[in-house]
Ligand binder design. Structure first.
Ligand code: PLP
Length: 399
């Protein structure tokens, strides 16, 4: 990378990290991206579970180009009938369990969470909102209010006051479900906690959570922003665990690499945003036709090529090829979302340095810096899995 570009990046592109990765990307294809010097990196992060269909997937590129040439932004969300939006909403509704059939498109995950929280308050006429400890739902004020205490506290303190009447209970803890009461508007939960370091739900925890919410009339919101669109081995993790929420939030891989989020509920619940007041949620760009065309093409690609059907096997292959290394303490996994536990942050950061040298893009988790992430594009081949494991094991040997 040229010194000038490096300086301009640091000076003019708003920074949030004292140590950005600073890898210049020239192009990306499949499971790789490349620097201008031609150095390939295995992308084992997928832009944090975004690039499920692989980089520069031709069907997505073609859909984007075609839609951009037809029309881009026309009018704020929800006023015009835009075919890519309608077709994508219908396809999502067909893949989701009933009664989840009404899709409100937005631009990002945090926005999807904001919309879902507002919808729950509006529909239930209640104010208390419950999340899970170690949850991550986004960086806007509302989503940040739902960052689970106590692990989320250090991230939140500088930005208080946040939303009132929020609290966090322990994920996978049945005892805490009694804190959900007739006062509760909603419970927001990732079916598999991502930034906690990949924590799948235990036994029938999600069923019990569902039952408690139904009992007291609180809406259950699943945040499938990271788990959705095939990541855990089903198109949606809710199907894997057999629990249907009242609202689901989607984003990340939803747009096939373009910025797109959504919250989805029954038509009856969603209709409450149309009155008292009207325009209960507004967005200018939400459901942008180019993003919807890209998302639709990506979802069709996943379905027509039966990509999701192979995710569990590929995830298990990674696990099997890495689990016996003496430096690996534990592997936590759901489909192709893996946390490889090394037991110390020093070892994990040492791995990051070696990965950067050896051409592996990985990272750690917001609340867990003792494990590294493996969440490659779902289209990764067995040969690519084996080859990336060869590099990872070489690095583990040098720890
Ligand atoms: N929810 C979960 C589970 C996430 O992992 C993320 C992002 O990492 C978000 C919400 C926020 O999404 P966005 O960054 O698009 O606002």
């Amino acid at each position: 990378m040229s010194e000038i570009l490096r300086k301009q990046f640091l000076q003019h592109v708003g920074q949030t990290s004292p140590a950005p990765m600073m890898i210049e990307v020239e192009r990306a294809e499949g499971v790789f991206f490349y620097t201008p010097e031609g150095k390939p990196y295995y992308d084992l992060v997928s832009g944090v579970s975004v690039n499920n269909v692989g980089h520069a997937n031709p069907v997505v590129v073609e859909a984007v180009q075609r839609q951009a040439a037809d029309y881009m932004h026309v009018m704020v969300y929800g006023e015009m009938v835009e075919r890519p939006q309608v077709e994508f909403a219908r396809r999502l509704a067909e893949a989701l369990p009933a009664p989840l059939e009404s899709v409100y498109f937005l631009n990002s995950g945090a926005e999807a969470v904001e919309g879902a929280l507002k919808l729950a308050k509006r529909y239930t006429h209640r104010t208390e909102m419950i999340s899970m400890r170690c949850a991550y739902h986004g960086s806007t004020h509302g989503a940040m209010s739902m960052m689970g205490a106590p692990e989320g506290e250090e991230w939140k303190n500088a930005f208080r006051p946040l939303l009132p009447d929020t609290k966090a209970i322990r994920f996978n803890c049945e005892e805490d479900l009694m804190q959900i009461t007739e006062r509760t508007a909603c419970v927001l939960c990732e079916p598999v906690q991502g930034e906690a370091g990949v924590l799948p739900p235990q036994a029938d925890y999600l069923q019990k959570l569902r039952e408690r919410c139904t009992e007291v009339g609180a809406l259950l919101i699943f945040d499938e922003i990271q788990t959705g669109m095939g990541r855990t081995g089903e198109m949606f993790a809710m199907t894997k665990y057999g629990v249907t929420p009242d609202i689901v939030c989607l984003a990340k891989a939803l747009g096939g690499g373009m910025p797109l989020g959504a919250f989805v509920s029954s038509r009856e619940i969603m209709q409450s945003l149309t009155h008292n007041p009207v325009l209960g949620h507004i967005t200018t760009f939400g459901g942008h036709p180019v993003c919807c065309a890209a998302g639709l093409a990506a979802m069709k690609f996943l379905q027509e090529n039966r990509v999701v059907e192979d995710v569990e096997r590929k995830g298990a292959l990674y696990e099997q090829l890495l689990a016996d290394h003496p430096a690996v303490k534990e592997i936590r996994r759901s489909g192709l979302l893996l946390a490889v536990e090394l037991g110390s942050s020093e070892r994990m950061f040492r791995m990051m340095e070696m990965f950067a040298e050896e051409g592996i893009m990985s990272d750690w988790f917001l609340y867990c810096d003792t494990a590294f992430r493996i969440s490659p594009p779902l289209v990764i081949s067995d040969d690519e899995i084996r080859d990336s494991v060869r590099i990872i094991r070489n690095c583990l040997d040098r720890l």
